[in-house]
Design a protein around this ligand. Structure first.
Ligand code: AMP
Length: 466
């Protein structure tokens, strides 16, 4: 299938060709024709699937070909809401690239920076606004933006926005938009009840499209768990990074403070590192990201929320210094490696405190995970992977004992003295490495995600300090 066959206008096709886009991704194939036909869309897709172009191209085509619906002075005609500044900036950059041969005045609106530039841009008049909900509310209150002319609304990473507590802001924003003649495109990785309700309330007979997160949880990623005592995680991280300091590595930490401390610790040890999280100013974040992309720093320590929207192609390694509090975030984290068939590594440093979280992740992924003790870092107290009888170790994925690489029954993860032996967190014994699993693992992930969300009453809330 080609972009031409999706019904896109020549001015977009030319820009896409220049960017080297040859074939539409699955979400683009499904979403673009429906969006061009004017339907509301509920789209299940994650970062890395090409979702930005999936909503961005129809949106730009509309702005480039249809005249403004309301008469009078120029008002914003399209609004994209995104959870983080990084994602907003990235969407803005992508749309600017796609609209190279159009004149679409646009503004990006997010907090943490002065109002001046945003006010200037809005005053000059724009067709397209990409905004984080909090700052957009500020503009609405100051009456520096008039949303009564919005023809297309995109909610990007809607689940994440709700997770971050933006539902009240989103509802306030929606109340300012025209109810008639508006197209709404909602993109989300998961569909907890809260999103379905939002969709029922604010969308007109939406069409549903869904791509499995297969590209994200790529088969080319090696998932490895390194058991370690919590107090020795830093040491182990240094050991892993020190093995080859040239490998660009994204390290995930739980808190803002923790990521700062970790980055400082790495720098002191001679590793070029930067931290990125919500307490950093926008310019600090952009600098850290730029330095990481250019290779000036080799390690970027990030919190989950700050890392949303980071678009780095071909990232070879992700290390979970802390496991994510919400299993779905593991999928988002490792979605940054193993793209487009490249090999990637996802390493997790797991202490006894993390065992439960790891089990949830393995269950969500529906796939094996290798557990490997590193000599000299074996935990003092063997990690108990589950809730079985005292002294009986479980694997994170379920109740089965671990297996050795050859498939035979093996040692418990910390049987002692077998530092390099492998064990698998398999809850699908016998399937490891086989292609027979096909697409089932991602599908299992999606269902498990939804179950998980439901169990948690429509989406777990996150630490306020991340
Ligand atoms: P997204 O999921 O929108 O963040 O896109 C992930 C990455 O894929 C970005 O670097 C895009 O530029 C790239 N991309 C999106 N669609 C295509 C396509 N059809 N062909 C090649 N690259 C693409």
């Amino acid at each position: 299938m080609s972009f031409e066959s999706l019904g896109l206008a020549p001015f977009l096709l030319r820009a896409l060709a220049e960017q080297g886009y040859q074939t539409p991704t699955p979400i683009q194939q499904q979403a673009i024709p429906l969006a061009l036909a004017g339907h509301d869309l509920l789209a299940g897709a994650q970062t890395g699937t090409g979702k930005t172009a999936a909503f961005g191209l129809p949106l730009l085509q509309h702005l480039g070909t249809a005249p403004q619906k309301v008469s009078g002075p120029r008002k914003p005609r399209a609004l994209v809401l995104a959870p983080t500044r990084e994602l907003a900036t990235q969407v803005h950059d992508s749309l600017r690239g796609y609209s190279k041969y159009l004149r679409i005045p646009s503004a990006v609106v997010y907090g943490g920076v002065g109002m001046g530039n945003q006010l200037d841009a809005l005053r000059r008049g724009v067709d397209l606004v990409i905004a984080c909900p909090g700052r957009l509310i500020d503009h609405i209150e100051r009456r520096s933006i008039d949303l009564s002319g919005i023809e297309i609304l995109v909610l990007d990473e809607a689940d994440r926005m709700l997770d971050m507590g933006f539902l009240p802001s989103i509802k306030r924003i929606l109340a300012k938009l025209p109810k008639q003649n508006r197209q709404t495109l909602l993109f989300s990785a998961t569909f907890p009840e809260s999103i379905k309700q939002l969709a029922m309330e604010f969308m007109r007979n939406p069409r549903e499209v869904q791509v499995t997160p297969q590209n994200t949880v790529a088969e080319t990623i090696a998932h490895r768990v390194h058991p370690v005592d919590a107090a020795r995680k830093r040491e182990l991280l240094l050991h892993l990074l020190g093995q080859d300091t040239r490998v660009q590595t994204l390290v995930f930490a739980k808190t803002k403070h923790g990521s700062d401390k970790l980055a400082t610790h790495l720098e002191k040890a001679g590793i070029r590192a930067a931290a990125i999280h919500g307490n950093k100013s926008q310019s600090q974040r952009l600098r850290a990201l730029g330095d990481f992309k250019s290779g000036k720093v080799n390690v970027l320590v990030a919190t989950d929320i700050a890392a949303r929207g980071i678009d780095i192609d071909q990232l070879p390694r992700v290390i979970n210094y802390d496991l994510p509090m919400v299993a779905e975030d593991y999928v988002h984290r490792i979605g940054r490696t193993g793209r487009n068939g490249a090999n990637g590594e996802a390493l997790s440093l797991v202490s006894q405190d993390d065992a439960k979280l790891l089990r949830q992740i393995v269950r969500l992924l529906g796939r094996d995970m290798e557990i490997r003790d590193l000599p000299g870092f074996e935990p003092q107290v063997p990690i108990r992977w589950g809730n079985s009888a005292p002294g009986k170790a479980e694997q994170p994925g379920g109740q089965r004992p671990p297996r050795k690489p050859g498939g035979g029954r093996g040692r418990r993860p910390h049987g002692g003295g077998e530092g390099q032996a492998h064990a698998h967190a398999g809850n699908r014994a016998g399937n490891r490495g086989g292609n027979g699993r096909g697409n089932r693992a991602p599908a299992a992930a999606t269902h498990a995600q939804q179950r998980n969300q439901q169990r948690n009453g429509g989406g777990p809330r996150r630490d306020a300090n991340r």
